[in-house]
Design a protein around this ligand. Sequence first.
Ligand SMILES: *Cc1c(COP(=O)(O)O)cnc(C)c1O
Length: 430
Amino acid sequence: MSPLTKAYNAYSSVMPIANLGPGQTAPNILDHLESLRTKDVRWRDGRCFTLAYSAGPDVLALAEESYRRFSGENALNTSAFPSLRVMQQDVVDVVTGWTHGDDATAGFMTSGGTESLVLAVRAARKRAEREGRNLTRMNMVLPSSAHAAFEKGADYFDVESRRVPVGADWKADVEAMRNACDDETVLIVGSAPQYPQGVIDPIASIAKIAADRNINCHVDACMGGVTLTYLERLGEPIAPWDFRCDGVTSISVDLHKYGYTSKGSGVLLHRNKTLRSDQTFITDNWLGGMYGSSGILGTKSGGPIASSWAVMHYLGDNGYERVTQSARQSTMRIYEHLNVHPDRVVRALPDSTLVSFGTQDPNRHDVFAIADHLISAGWYLDKQTPPASIHLTVNAIHEPLIEEFLADLDRAVQQVGSLKGSSGSYATTE
Ligand SMILES: *Cc1c(COP(=O)(O)O)cnc(C)c1O
């Protein structure tokens, strides 16, 4: 018996075969689905500061209905679904406008930030190959704050990740990044803003390094692409982060975050079609004929495309200005509240709509204990390290609940402080 057969037999003798039972009625199943979600976070009520975004029930309803109508359509082949081609092009054109691209700018919709970043790493590798650079081990240079998905890309495509510590202001240290580059560097990265502390890296200076070296510079605007665009239109001073910076070769913007569309939607743009060709894939080396795809997915649901198209046209510039302003005001309200309390430390003045904070005296106020109190009070937020912090992604759904949240936060801080005084340790009170 081959080892594989043996392993299979051992596996099949211990694993019971899952039994679906007789079919059930659709209403029963839907009831059951609803009962399964009773313990999920209540993001539609504005009680969740991570993972999910809402600009209100009307936007959600339109996003879901348009998603439903195109959920079974397949964007793998847009000749079969010209509707999806038109919608995708329209969405890409709008994001090109947001990022100050021009007629040469070219891109595709992706399934979101991770796919965009993984493809950006792949494109940098492909460009080096296309240009005939003879490299032994390619590397990319990025700040310690850049998103984890870059590591995924480095792992998938065998590119060394050179993380450079950020400065005291949490922004990329440009000189240190310049020094980390060598002849094998194919990609340099900045974020607008970076996720952990919500600050914008000095993109113009980072992109200059790439321009000098003739390599790719990716700007991760997955979180900020929509918000920074509309904050600038609202008159806020925003550090340059988009195609207006010479040397930027690609930009990612997620729509399923501050675009308020359904999940599974982002855009990856390249400065021109040649650079975009480093992202795409085509083969005829199988028995099924010519096969091309723009990203990692093969079959690609039309749902996120239709949902994005619908929500973007529904909100329009006025709608995005309104929801951006709302999220920004809530962010600054939280920031100012945290700042007046000497026992809390805000990591940075938010450049967009992300706030991260810890405590002045972690022995007295364990910030994760505060987070747990808030979570048991019905809120949901991210616990982040290093350093130990609470991270809030503030969006348009939060405005009416901010005062309630801040009151609960103060209560949680007080409870944790007094527990500390009586028992000496939060952990022993669990
Ligand atoms: C969310 C995020 C990503 C990853 O995007 P997903 O859509 O979760 O895959 C990448 N970069 C930044 C800055 C992000 O905030």
